[in-house]
Design a protein around this ligand. Structure first.
Ligand SMILES: [Zn+2]
Length: 102
């Protein structure tokens, strides 16, 4: 009953983009995915401020500007799949509480 590898809705779930993807990963498996370490760190440039950093968990904030980035489990080895939530995104739900919104 894992929904992190498939979706009936194009543009949603693990293959969404931008903020929708970040929010999907934050909610996946009650937040446990977001805190999980990637198989290997993904080097990329922050899509907010352009500073390079290494994404080491499925959801991580840029150390320079705090911009939230995420990658979905099916694409965990692809730096090009990293999505940026946007400069004004605030991660306001604690991992583990997936009940807050749909
Ligand atoms: Zn940044």
């Amino acid at each position: 009953m894992c929904d992190c590898g498939s979706s009936r809705t194009p543009g949603a779930g693990p293959f969404a983009s931008g903020r929708a993807l970040v929010e999907f990963v934050l909610k996946a498996h009650g937040g446990s995915i977001a805190l999980s370490a990637l198989p290997s760190g993904l080097e990329h440039n922050c899509q907010g401020c352009g500073k390079p950093f290494v994404l080491e968990t499925f959801v991580q904030s840029c150390p320079a500007c705090g911009g939230v980035h995420a990658v979905s489990p099916p694409r965990a080895n692809d730096p090009a799949a990293i999505q940026f939530a946007g400069a004004d995104f605030v991660q306001n739900s604690q991992p583990g509480s997936e009940l807050s919104r749909e």
